[in-house]
Ligand binder design. Structure first.
Ligand SMILES: *Cc1c(COP(=O)(O)O)cnc(C)c1O
Length: 373
């Protein structure tokens, strides 16, 4: 039976298990007085590099900055175009728009929620400079196709990996790479609710390219390489030492966290197999899934009704995203994106936890089954 409140995510349960280690390390950071760029920031980046098997991890202040810095590092200018999904968090497009870069929105696949090369190719123009795949909800975009498309048209690839840290993509050749390390640049966010989250804001940028890494480092630190010598225009985007302490501890458990998310997803999948009114998220063969979100599609026209019913029963759910970017006023475009529009009316993300014992999953499942009875 239900023992605690049902939460969308369980950050407190997660904290309780690592409290001692986290508290000790936070206090020692405070006592060290090294709040910005303390040694722990590089320790964490080294560990994340090993985890991701990537040459460079450059920390920054949040996932939105990470995208903006990536766009700047590639030298994208006003008037240049990038192609990104409209079915993503606003930051993917916003970070480009503030630089005067034009975002061309592509539709996504209804089953995977992700962009496909097929939807991107017709949108490529003379002005297109980059493709921005977003590994939405924790599963990789088909990167075999995106990389070949980028090669064919000589475009850069920036992966928005804010929702998929720990996800691994297997190319048709058998080569396996962590998402975020496949394109020219990958970006991520350590916002508290992400799969690897800190206790505030944080982000990082990944690349295997020496020259890009150097530019990214400079841009995130006021365009300087040597102190007080500013060779290019940059910004101020850093990861705090305290956040790095927390991330360095949580990184040790990331595999386990993602494993638990998979267990919960598996339980949901098997509970809902008989339900024709909802469609469980599709898992593709070439990618692992880290279930940042477990997102169902409600077939009948009753998504909002189900959401309200669950809420009345103490179960929070979320709609990622109620209004796609191309329908938001500053970004409005007349492009026709039927799948994106359809998803905004049918998706529902259910609670997904790293601490399964606190998840009340049986209760959630029962209520959903009751609703459709
Ligand atoms: C969370 C998120 C971001 C932005 O990260 P912040 O750290 O909140 O700035 C960017 N893209 C996607 C897909 C996200 O989910």
């Amino acid at each position: 039976m239900r023992n605690t409140k049902v939460n969308m995510i369980d950050l407190m349960g997660q904290y309780k298990k690592i409290k001692k280690e986290v508290d000790t390390n936070i206090i020692s950071t405070i006592e060290s007085g090294r709040f910005v760029n303390g040694p722990i920031v590089s320790v964490f980046c080294e560990n994340l590099k090993k985890f991701l098997r990537v040459k460079y991890v450059i920390p920054c202040a949040n996932g939105t900055d990470a995208l903006q810095i990536a766009y700047m590092a590639l030298g994208l200018k006003p008037g240049d175009e990038i192609i990104c999904p409209s079915w993503t968090y606003i930051a993917t497009a916003e970070a480009a728009l503030v630089l005067g870069i034009k975002t061309i929105f592509c539709d996504v696949d209804l089953d995977t929620f992700n962009m496909t090369a097929e939807k991107v190719e017709p949108l490529i123009s003379d002005k297109t400079k980059a493709i921005v795949p977003v590994h939405l909800y924790g599963q990789s975009v088909n990167m075999d196709d995106i990389i070949s498309l980028a090669r064919k048209y000589n475009l850069k690839v920036i992966e928005d990996n804010a929702q998929a840290i720990g996800c691994e993509y297997e190319f048709k050749s058998g080569v396996k790479r962590m998402t975020g390390t496949i394109g020219d640049i990958g970006t991520t966010s350590f916002y508290p609710s992400k799969n690897l989250g800190c206790f505030g804001d944080g982000g990082a940028i990944f690349t295997n390219d020496d020259k890009l890494a150097k530019r990214i480092k400079m841009i995130s630190n006021h365009g300087e390489e040597v102190k007080y010598k500013h060779d290019i225009i940059g910004c101020n985007s850093r990861l705090d030492s305290i956040q790095a302490e927390i991330l360095n501890i949580k990184l040790k458990y990331l595999k386990e966290y993602n494993k638990n998310r998979n267990l919960m997803a598996k339980n949901y999948n098997s509970a809902f197999t008989e339900l024709s009114d909802i469609k469980v998220p599709k898992k593709i063969k070439n990618s692992t899934h880290v279930y940042h979100q477990y997102t169902i599609k409600v077939n009948k026209d009753c998504r909002d009704e189900l959401k309200n019913y669950l809420l009345k029963n103490g179960i929070p759910t979320m709609i990622y995203y109620p209004i796609p970017i191309h329908k938001q006023s500053p970004y409005r475009s007349d492009t026709n994106l039927p799948n994106t529009d359809k998803l905004s009316k049918t998706v529902l993300s259910l609670p997904i936890h790293t601490e399964i014992e606190n998840s009340n999953q049986e209760y959630i499942i029962q209520k959903i089954l009751n609703f459709f009875k």
